[in-house]
Design a protein around this ligand. Structure first.
Ligand code: HEM
Length: 395
């Protein structure tokens, strides 16, 4: 391995998925890059190197797949994602289409609807005093506003099944993947239909995409591929960020008080939540040639695991990284990726977050834990499954 430290740990072990911080710290300390002998791939966990790999698409390509296996090799072959797993010049055209259908003015046009849905849901939920932050808030909210904006009908079971499989599939073929496959099986017919124009409702981004396809402005098949990408990438991630924020504010009442006294910190609260509880904890690249990272040589054509969650807690970049501090400047987090593949749905994610948290800020003086929270284990997604909360309303 020419000096690259060899490590025999399993970052997909359930204990680490539940509480990743200890293992992220040991990986960051072992060196700028390590070789995971169990899986046969490199891993980057320090902030500077993760960010560099996100930016350098020529040397760290996504064309081999965003997950652990190289999708171009016969044993692992699957068609690539229409946007995340393609590179320029093809990617440039696809990204232009995405930037058109979810352009800032389009998303701004959704604001009223997103905010009133947030007000309505929070108004009803907080009156109960006790509720679950995931089942009663983050999931129903995102599942109400986001599929409508795309123009698709889907229920919680379908959304959870698709998201579980999508994010588990980035990791090894373990029992989490097997269980996710079982759960998604009843919905496969619906999933395939969702990529055909006829099931898309009028008025959403999906309709715009199918119209561009019908007019011959984009290649046949792209509209369906993008609608599926939006659903795969845009549901669980935002559910995760809203759930994590409720958890973090429940554990840090001083930060909730600070936010209510300075509502302008809401922007920072979103970035800080993504830094602390990075929704997509990990994804992969493939080296296109020999390259050095931190003075150590990496071979060509090898998978490289990027630990976004570890980078976002790297003390080499962040002071007091375990502290939830909504007043810090967390905008340099890597939770949205960087470079050409940086998240195309950031504005939507922020709008959803703002709509829910603002509705809570207007009503709730204190958020407290009302039992033990529980994470839904997944190979790459960090998200809560259960978050019992109680709230004290303004007098
Ligand atoms: C908090 C919420 C979200 C997080 C943390 C997140 C995270 C990410 C990350 C890390 C990437 C880069 C993947 C890579 O480098 O391999 C990405 C790409 C992408 N995201 Fe998001 N995402 C979020 C919400 C959304 C939403 C709501 C949409 C809805 C449209 C969306 C659509 C996309 C698309 C289309 C890409 C591919 C961009 C490209 O390859 O050019 N995301 N996201």
């Amino acid at each position: 391995m020419n000096g690259v430290p060899i490590v025999d740990i399993d970052p997909f072990d359930h204990n680490y998925l539940r509480n990743p911080h200890e293992i992220w710290e040991s990986l960051r300390n072992v060196g700028p890059v390590a070789w995971l002998s169990r899986y046969g791939h490199y891993v980057l966990s320090r902030y500077d190197h993760v960010k560099m790999a996100q930016n350098e698409w020529r040397t760290f390509t996504t064309a081999g797949g965003a997950g652990i296996s190289d999708i171009r090799k016969p044993d692992n072959y699957r068609p690539s994602s229409v946007i995340v797993e393609v590179e320029p010049p093809k990617h440039t055209d696809v990204r232009k289409t995405v930037n058109k259908v979810i352009a800032p003015p389009v998303v701004r046009g959704w604001r009223e609807q997103f905010e009133s849905s947030g007000e309505e849901l929070i108004d009803e939920v907080v009156k109960r005093g006790r509720f679950d932050g995931v089942r009663d808030v983050s999931e129903p909210y995102v599942l109400k506003v986001f599929p409508d904006s795309i123009g698709l009908d889907l229920n919680r079971e379908q959304a959870v099944a698709v998201g579980d499989l999508n994010f588990n599939s980035l990791g090894p073929n373990n029992e989490l993947v097997a269980k996710a496959r079982e759960k998604v099986a009843p919905f496969l017919a619906w999933w395939h239909q969702s990529i055909k124009g006829e099931t898309v409702k009028p008025g959403g981004a999906g309709e715009m995409l199918f119209k561009l396809e019908a007019d011959g402005e984009i290649p046949v098949g792209l509209a369906g591929g993008l609608v599926q990408t939006f659903l795969r990438g845009g549901l669980d991630t935002t559910i995760s960020s809203i759930g994590s924020a409720l958890w973090l504010f429940a554990k840090n009442p001083d930060q909730w008080r600070l936010l209510r006294s300075k509502p302008e910190l809401l922007r920072g609260a979103f970035d800080e939540t993504l830094r602390m509880e990075t929704p997509i904890q990990t994804n992969f690249r493939t080296t296109t040639g020999p390259i050095e990272v931190g003075g150590l040589p990496l071979d060509a054509d090898k998978k490289v695991q990027l630990l976004l969650g570890a980078a976002n807690r790297d003390p080499r970049h962040w002071s007091d990284p375990a502290k939830f501090d909504i007043a810090r400047d967390a905008t340099s987090h890597v939770a949205f990726g960087n470079g050409i593949h940086a998240c195309a749905g950031q504005l939507i994610a922020r709008l959803e977050f703002d709509s829910v948290i603002k509705a809570l800020m207007n009503r709730v003086a204190l958020i407290e834990l009302d039992g033990e929270p529980e994470h839904r284990l997944n190979n790459s997604l960090r998200t809560l499954n259960k978050l019992p909360l109680k709230v004290t309303l303004d007098a």
